[in-house]
Design a protein around this ligand. Structure first.
Ligand code: 5AD
Length: 475
């Protein structure tokens, strides 16, 4: 009765929260299983950022709740942002849910499951759903455990070592963008102590992790109330410097930043910290000054482009991705045209394009002048087309070049291997399992919109990892 399956919706922060819950549950004796058909407990870790994400999770929960008819002991829990956003109101649609746990209470999940289990074992009927969506001081410090697979788990004998890890550095956001539900679902901005984050990264490095992605809703604001700038260096860049010093960590990434946080200290960090990968996710949201103002985004299109140019001045080969919302209330054709123009000028490698979705309780929900679905769809398609062309152009440039790839493990087929370039492009190639966790030179042979395919350049493997190895890996 202790097999738990966790299904995660939404962003990397949610993925990280689910991983921490999995680690905490395993420490309590629960088994985390990959199959939702073979679990006794199903936890949906949810997203609220758009209405569609909430509806998807509600549909799934309604579907899964049927299982309780056949098996009354089956436990269904809803965690995370939608739990926080909707709370007890979820019971109107989902009366059979056992557990509703918000974003500041993930660490309570093991206790709640233990309680449910104990009650069932004692034959006590559970009348009420457990609902906990309270705020908790210090909850940002509870997302720290990592779920590193163990031998024998899920029936497998071999363990694929973990190569990359997400590290939560902060929770919440104080920016109040007019469209965004996150301040409601994640609460006020709270940072973890720098020493704790560095200790966690050291531990991960000692376990073989090579790439760290620092995570938060607004990472560039990290520690701004807790630490002083030193010599013009912000607390966020100080944190990157400290992670950079850790032996064994080869690559550092972060998400999500705010354009406002890209001051000179961060731009210069790309020039002096070689482990900081030349890939920046820089949410633009809109290329129209009027819409940016209505969104309560404190920068102009000129400033945004200046940031992109300043980063490319430090690293000519910088890769950019972005978030765009099309169809924000009142967005005219001319204003969208400005977004299109800036989108084209920035030459993104990747972009997440969203059709504006009304989130009740946010300022934009009451703005009126909503844009029709057809117009949103059209604007979405225009930007996707530019993105596809960028991708094809980039692939053509990469053909025949050699990229540094960090080998992560087997690909989906289990026959080949997967890894990513410093620019965050996924690559597929043939390799030996011994190369997992190593930086390898890969000659790019072809590319699809999102994936590159190539062949290892074997002579370069040892040099890239700075070690002489004997015997050399054979294939
Ligand atoms: N509608 C559409 N997209 C949204 N995002 C946030 N709120 C909304 C909304 N109401 C997008 C933003 C943000 C990303 C995570 O989701 O682009 O950067």
């Amino acid at each position: 009765m202790n097999r738990v399956h966790i299904k995660t919706y939404g962003c990397q922060m949610n993925e990280r929260d689910s991983e921490a819950v999995a680690a905490m549950l395993r420490a309590r004796g629960y088994r985390i299983v990959g199959s939702e058909d073979e679990c006794d407990v199903m936890l949906l870790n949810t997203c609220s950022v758009r209405e569609a994400a909430e509806q998807k999770a509600i549909g799934k929960a309604a579907n899964i709740a049927h299982r309780k008819k056949k098996n009354p002991d089956f436990v269904l829990g809803i965690l995370g942002c939608m739990a926080q956003n909707r709370g007890a109101a979820l019971l109107d649609q989902l009366p059979d849910v056992d557990l509703i746990v918000g974003t500041q209470k993930f660490h309570q999940v093991p206790d709640y499951l233990d309680n449910l289990r104990a009650a069932r074992e004692a034959g006590v009927p559970i009348a009420e759903t457990i609902i906990d969506i309270a705020e908790e001081a210090g909850s940002q410090n509870t997302i720290k455990d990592h779920y590193l697979p163990e031998a024998g788990e899920n029936g497998g004998g071999e363990v694929v070592p973990q190569v990359n890890a997400f590290v939560s550095i902060q929770q919440g956001c104080n920016m109040d963008c007019a469209f965004c539900i996150v301040p409601k679902t994640r609460g006020d901005e709270r940072s973890r102590p720098m020493d704790d984050i560095v200790a966690e990264c050291r531990l991960l490095a000692a376990r073989g992790v090579k790439e760290i992605t620092l995570l938060g809703q607004i990472v560039t604001s990290y520690g701004r109330r807790d630490y002083a700038h030193t010599d013009g260096i912000s607390p966020f860049v100080q944190l990157i410097e400290r992670v950079h010093e850790i032996e064994g960590i080869e690559r550092i990434r972060f998400t999500s930043p705010h354009p406002r946080g890209f001051k000179d200290d961060l731009a210069q960090a790309y020039g002096r910290l070689p482990k900081l990968c030349e890939y920046v996710h820089l949410p633009m949201q809109s290329g129209s000054d009027r819409i940016l103002k209505a969104m309560n985004r404190p920068y102009s299109r000129e400033r945004y482009k200046e940031i992109v140019d300043s980063l490319r001045a430090v690293r000519a080969d910088m890769y950019f991705s972005t978030d765009i919302i099309v169809g924000f209330p009142g967005e005219t054709d001319e204003e969208f045209e400005q977004t299109r123009e800036l989108f084209e000028a920035c030459n993104y490698d990747m972009a997440y394009i969203f059709k504006y979705s009304i989130r009740s309780g946010t300022p934009a929900a009451d703005m009126g002048d909503q844009i029709s679905d057809e117009v949103k769809e059209h604007r979405n398609a225009v930007l996707l087309d530019i993105l596809r062309k960028n991708s094809e152009r980039r692939n053509a440039e990469l053909l025949g070049t050699v990229e540094e790839v960090l080998v992560e493990g087997p690909d989906k087929t289990g026959k080949r291997f997967t890894g990513r370039t410093r620019g965050n492009r996924v690559c597929i190639f043939d390799a030996n399992p011994r190369l997992i966790g190593q930086l390898v030179p890969l000659k790019i042979e072809r590319g699809s919109v999102s994936t590159l395919y190539g062949e290892l350049v074997l002579e370069g493997v040892d040099q890239m990892n700075g070690v002489e190895r004997s015997p050399r890996p054979t294939f």
